[in-house]
Design a protein around this ligand. Structure first.
Ligand code: HEM
Length: 405
């Protein structure tokens, strides 16, 4: 197969349901492939699937993130382009520093009992719903509420606002998908961004009057004491993006991970008593079924990527999920091996924009999955999982299970 037909296949319904054969086909062509020009325009000029090339681009501070044209005209793109995730140094460095300071080991440590409490409460509810062998949706009862409630406490969002909030998260995620740039999706994302901005403006005012132990209170205090270089508008943009980045990704860590664990019953059975195995399983789930499938970076000057020329300011599509199965770096790449040695997977990215919340989501996975399997040793999947259908954020949205007692 040539690159054009592989990419057409990847973007098709079949590719959205199972992109991995297309990544394997790309590996067979080499670590990088030039994307043929279709007419005048092409969104990316090369697609990289080789681990070393993808990691190399992400680690190279010269490669940068390109803003979409006329981003100032829309609330959603204005919000994104004034947050750390979408900008380059020096703005990126300035904003990331403020947030990195708030992600202290103390705050992470304090999160551990919160995760345990939230997980146990969700397990309780799942046991009630699944009593007598009734099928339950694992995503609705566990994979979704666990990260939502944990992040709500971490960030400082009232739990009662989460249902309202989730609908806005979905509008922003729809827009971020490769098929997301339609006028309807843009308008829906604009409205969602405006509503979320208003929501945070009010919440900041509340936390300013009555601070708590949460991230918003810490950031507002830092802002008001004049110790940080961040405007309130930038604080709001970053909170919108941070919560979005934290949320569906961690839902998918849990929902993509459960079937994989159940396909390996010896690992599933050993998980509850073995913290190292739990940590290794989380990393291996993220390698094999990572929620974020690709990133893009633009070349700082004309470059040669493993023999493929990329002109200055042209974009390279970095297939994280493909690189995570590069046979050169991960022998027998499709095999789930929680004790695998080797380089880190690219599930959290790499370099300047490496996921700020990696430790938070790893903690959630490391605590939630063993507790789940300890509570329901007879847990079984009863129907084929339903995937999101998004190529950018790939994960299981519905997963019917019986709790086994
Ligand atoms: C399994 C769960 C998660 C996955 C797979 C994931 C994945 C990623 C990836 C791939 C990036 C890099 C983006 C880029 O280079 O363009 C990233 C960045 C980011 N993530 Fe995560 N993430 C997860 C959970 C979280 C959580 C729980 C939080 C917050 C507590 C979070 C906050 C962020 C932020 C703020 C950035 C932007 C960092 C920057 O631009 O410097 N993520 N994440």
């Amino acid at each position: 197969m040539d690159v054009a037909s592989i990419l057409t296949g990847l973007y098709s319904e079949a590719g959205r349901q199972d992109p991995y054969p297309y990544y394997a086909a790309l590996h067979a062509l080499g670590p990088v492939a030039a994307v043929p020009r279709r007419g005048e325009h092409r969104a990316v000029s090369a697609v990289a699937v080789g681990y070393d090339v993808v990691a190399g681009v992400l680690r190279d501070p010269g490669f940068y993130k390109q803003a979409p044209p006329r981003w100032q005209e829309h609330e959603v793109t204005r919000t994104f382009q004034t947050s750390m995730m979408f900008v380059n140094p020096p703005e990126h460095t300035r904003m990331r520093q403020v947030f990195a300071k708030a992600f202290t080991p103390r705050r992470l440590g304090a999160l551990e009992p919160v995760v345990a409490r939230v997980v146990d409460a969700c397990l309780e509810r799942m046991a009630e719903h699944g009593a007598g062998g009734v099928e339950v949706d694992f995503v609705a009862d566990f994979a979704h509420p666990v990260p939502a409630l944990v992040m709500a406490e971490f960030v400082g969002i009232p739990a009662t606002d989460l249902t309202w909030y989730r609908e806005r998260v979905d509008r922003l995620d729809d827009f971020l998908d490769v098929a997301g740039k339609t006028p309807q999706r843009l308008a829906a994302a604009d409205t969602a961004a405006a509503e979320l901005r208003g929501f945070y403006r009010d919440l900041i005012a509340v936390r300013r009057r009555a601070p708590g132990a949460d991230l918003i209170s810490a950031l507002v205090e830092a802002l008001d004491s004049g110790g940080v270089e961040l405007t309130e508008d930038e604080l709001i943009s970053n909170l919108v993006v941070l919560f979005n980045a934290s949320f569906v990704t961690t839902v998918y860590l849990l929902s993509n991970g459960l079937p994989l664990l159940l396909e390996h019953p010896a690992v599933a059975a050993a998980l509850p008593g073995d913290d190292a195995l739990a940590a290794g399983s989380v990393d291996e789930i993220l390698r094999l079924r990572n929620p974020v499938h690709f990133l893009a970076r633009a070349a700082p000057h004309d470059v040669d990527l493993a023999g493929v020329p990329v002109a200055r300011d042209e974009n390279v599509l970095l297939l994280l999920a493909g690189a995570n199965r590069d046979p050169v770096r991960f022998p027998d790449p499709d095999r789930f091996d929680p004790r695998r040695a080797g380089p880190p997977s690219l599930a959290f990215g790499m370099g300047l924009h490496f996921c700020l919340g990696a430790a938070v989501s790893r903690l959630e996975g490391r605590l939630a999955l063993p507790r789940l399997l300890a509570r329901f040793p007879g847990l079984a999947v009863t129907a084929p999982p339903a995937y999101s259908g998004s190529l950018f954020l790939r994960g299981i949205d519905k997963l019917f299970v019986t709790t086994g007692g």
